[in-house]
Unconditional design. Structure first.
Length: 415
């Protein structure tokens, strides 16, 4: 075993400073995430700026942070094979970063070990060095034995979710779903119908430039599902009740050809500046932005005022775990029960804003029937004046896309 003193010497003189900063930023980000300070994606931005990381180092930080969160249970399983005693949270995060590099990124031993040791506090550097060296020595055995690891640990998902999905979809599809969730998701750039990319330009735009100019916007691929179900027409009064950050509202405005009224609301006032910024950048001229909590009665001026309503309610995000990597660790079974109450409240309040004969799309980015088909069916039993015109559930293991649900409901014009 290389001594702690020797490893520190090699770290100091042979490790690029930027690499060391990236790993320290990764550990700091993991600590902040565990304390609930922010979502993973925003932590990448925050710690990249704080550490003045280059674009390549920023990309590496994102790879480490999201990779550790994607493989958290598996990394802890491996760590437990070499360290039986208790670990303080920061030391565990340092080891997670090291094991991720060694066993998943397959980073060369000298780089993964020395650079990770440098991230640790001096009193535990010897421990980190010893554990990582043992793991490196056993790397091929650990990878060979991976198929024998318990499935929710192997794919790093909460046990309660695995049991739920196994019951809902069967073991084969539940495994396929967990596997899908662990695939890195590339950014998805949707062309802006209101400001399409210019043709015949001498040089293609970079993705960043195209987004900044409003020719494209970054969104989940499934975000067109609900707006296209609603099919808003030019001149209509359309309500997007849970609009932030604006991806669906931009698409609605495009379908409306920027003619009519698009009322964009969100319950979180802190999200409105970003919503306004996205709408303005993409050339949306018909939006009226305001804050409203749809678990409460709607504004009086909106009662029976809307031709169409898009209701993209807060949900469990189980259809987009691939893109929202940390969501699987935040959602608890009790949260799902609370969400069902909120979703029902929002739906009951929003329908008061429909004109007779108006239509509403209820949508989620969930794959759970309780939040989707079952909730809609219960609503229809309570409201015989509404008809279900169509619905669709996208499932990653079946459709090869992010999970999403949309149901088009229409109120009887004589109601």
């Amino acid at each position: 075993m290389v001594s702690n003193c020797h490893s520190n010497f090699l770290v100091k003189f042979f490790m690029p400073k930027s690499d060391k900063n990236v790993r320290r930023a990764a550990v700091s980000s993991l600590r902040a995430w565990a304390k609930g300070h922010a979502y993973a994606d925003s932590l990448v931005e925050r710690h990249s700026e704080r550490n003045h990381l280059s674009s390549s180092d920023r990309a590496f930080l994102k790879t480490i942070l999201l990779g550790v969160l994607r493989n958290r249970s598996l990394l802890d399983h491996w760590i437990g094979m070499f360290r039986k005693g208790k670990l303080d949270p920061e030391t565990r995060d340092v080891l997670r970063v090291g094991f991720f590099q060694l066993l998943i990124l397959r980073t060369p031993d000298h780089a993964a070990i020395y650079e990770t040791v440098a991230c640790a506090r001096k009193p535990v550097q010897g421990l980190i060095n010893a554990v990582l060296r043992k793991a490196a020595h056993c790397r091929m055995r650990l990878l060979r034995e991976l198929p024998d690891v318990e499935l929710p640990i192997q794919f790093s998902h909460p046990h309660w979710l695995w049991k739920r999905w196994k019951k809902l979809f069967g073991q084969k599809d539940a495994v396929a779903l967990m596997d899908w969730n662990n695939l890195p998701a590339e950014p998805y750039y949707r062309p802006n119908l209101l400001n399409p990319p210019p043709f015949g330009s001498p040089e293609p735009q970079s993705a960043k430039e195209a987004v900044e100019n409003g020719h494209y916007y970054v969104t989940d691929p499934s975000t067109t599902h609900a707006p296209e179900f609603l099919a808003p027409k030019s001149g209509e009064i359309v309500l997007d009740a849970c609009a932030a950050p604006g991806g669906k509202a931009i698409h609605l405005a495009g379908l409306m050809k920027n003619e009519g009224r698009l009322i964009c609301m969100d319950s979180n006032e802190k999200r409105l500046p970003r919503l306004n910024e996205n709408l303005e950048r993409c050339g949306v001229k018909i939006a009226e932005v305001s804050c409203h909590d749809w678990t409460e009665a709607p504004p009086e001026e909106l009662l029976e005022a809307c031709d169409a309503i898009l209701l993209d309610v807060p949900c469990s995000n189980t259809g987009v775990f691939r893109r929202r990597v940390d969501a699987r660790w935040r959602i608890q079974k009790i949260d799902l029960e609370k969400l069902l109450v909120i979703q029902n409240q929002i739906l009951e309040q929003a329908i008061k804003c429909l004109k007779p004969g108006g239509r509403l799309v209820y949508s989620t980015c969930s794959i759970d029937p309780e939040e989707n088909t079952e909730l809609v069916n219960r609503f229809l039993k309570r409201h015989p004046d509404f008809l279900l015109e169509k619905s669709d559930q996208l499932l990653p293991f079946k459709d090869g896309s992010d999970g999403a649900f949309a149901a088009l409901l229409r109120q009887n014009s004589s109601s």
